[in-house]
Write a protein that binds this ligand. Structure first.
Ligand code: UD1
Length: 367
């Protein structure tokens, strides 16, 4: 029997672990999966609602670390997770994505000589100003099994000298969750709640420190939003970090004046899926949403200087527009004036990545 500890911590982790846990539970004769939630995200809207929406079992262990500086948050996770590993002695630790919880759990397991499988390995923005890039580099340097979502990720890992036998191209597990959830999302009342008509609004998310922690940058993006909402209403579920900065920088008044802009609390998975899948255009600085819009053929403008997910640009519907207000406005208007084609869905974004992931873990256990 293989004992596997799956680790989640923040919102973008939950949709990646859901199908993996399901698949492990299907193999209960051979696998014993446990779920550890670090508590990096803790609000009902940022965490609990995802467990309900995605049918993820209640975590076996919650480390309840909460918010803190990067060093303190990472350290708290490490201290608490070390005890979990001492108590449970698993065969594998499975981590997903690139958040602080991913890196912290990997560091602890690696030092205790417990094998680590990293789901969504190999993505690189080549921008170390981004905290997630540091998390990706550290996690991939230490993991024993690197499960990649796209071919470019394999190349990145090979270039960094990772042994080829550790790398397995399995496809994008987040798309498993997306495809499984589309039908149920249709029952969401989110469009009625926001009085939104399919294809006649933009959905927006934004939370990156590089966009929201500097007043001038955030004020510029707010002005771009002001211009866009005059042509296309924007619905914007606001991340707690962003809400705090808008208040702190005195920008909330300006935002509230905009007739075409609707601010909302962070949405659950199904509500947000129903929202963006019916939108005309998505504006985001998230990682995952670049992929979800590509899978569904929805145009996406990414408010960042780079992406660790280049297939969403080369094949999909994503355009990297940075955070210059004039460029954001121009690109949004260009999309409205000349709609872009739906793009293509990348290889192995087929809804079956979780099966390949669990196969790969079982296979690696035999070697
Ligand atoms: C984290 C991840 C990022 C991911 C994002 C999605 C890292 C380094 N970053 O960024 O990769 O895209 O989550 O949401 O791990 N807060 C709450 N309630 C919560 C969670 C956070 O109020 O449930 C507030 C706190 O004030 C906190 C701030 O949001 O200080 C930021 O949270 P934090 O976990 O540090 O990182 P995120 O910006 O959410």
């Amino acid at each position: 029997m293989l004992k596997i500890i799956n680790v989640v911590g923040a919102r973008p982790n939950f949709m990646k672990i859901a199908p993996v846990i399901d698949e492990m539970r299907r193999r209960a004769a051979r696998l014993k999966p446990l779920l550890v939630h670090t508590g990096q995200h803790y609000d009902e809207a940022m965490s609990e609602s995802f467990f309900t929406d995605l049918g993820i079992p209640h975590p076996d262990i919650n480390l309840e670390v909460g918010s803190a500086s990067h060093a303190e948050q990472t350290a708290r996770i490490m201290i608490a997770f070390e005890q979990v590993l001492l108590d449970e002695r698993p065969d594998w630790v499975v981590v997903v994505g690139d958040v602080n919880s991913t890196m912290a759990a990997t560091l602890v397991a690696a030092k205790m000589a417990i094998r680590v499988a990293h789901i969504e390995a190999g993505l690189r923005s080549r921008d170390q100003q981004m905290p997630e890039e540091i998390n990706r580099l550290v996690t991939d340097a230490l993991a024993d099994l690197l499960l990649t979502p796209s071919r470019d990720a394999d190349k990145n890992l090979q270039r960094e000298g990772i042994a080829p036998h550790k790398i397995r191209f399995v496809g994008n597990v987040m798309i498993d969750t997306l495809f499984r959830s589309l039908e149920r999302a249709k029952q969401s009342t989110v469009l009625a709640r926001f009085k939104a008509r399919p294809g006649e609004f933009a959905a927006m998310t934004m939370h990156r420190p590089s966009n929201v922690d500097d007043r001038a940058t955030l004020a510029g993006i707010v002005e771009a939003m002001a211009a866009i909402q005059e042509r296309l209403p924007i619905i914007f579920p606001v991340h707690p970090r962003t809400r705090a900065r808008l208040e702190e920088f005195g920008l909330m008044e300006r935002v509230r004046q905009m007739q075409g802009l609707t601010l909302a609390e962070p949405l659950g998975y199904l509500d947000f899926l129903q929202l963006y899948s019916n939108s005309r255009l998505v504006l985001t600085d998230s990682g995952g949403i670049q992929e979800e819009t590509t899978a569904l053929g929805i145009p996406c403008l990414t408010l960042r200087r780079n992406t660790e997910r280049p297939v969403t640009v080369s094949l999909g519907t994503n355009r990297i527009v940075g955070n210059d207000p004039e460029v954001i406005r121009r690109e949004a208007f260009a999309e409205l004036d000349h709609p872009s084609p739906r793009g293509r869905v990348p290889e192995l974004w087929d809804g079956h990545a979780a099966v390949r992931i669990v196969d790969a873990i079982e296979e690696a256990s035999r070697s």
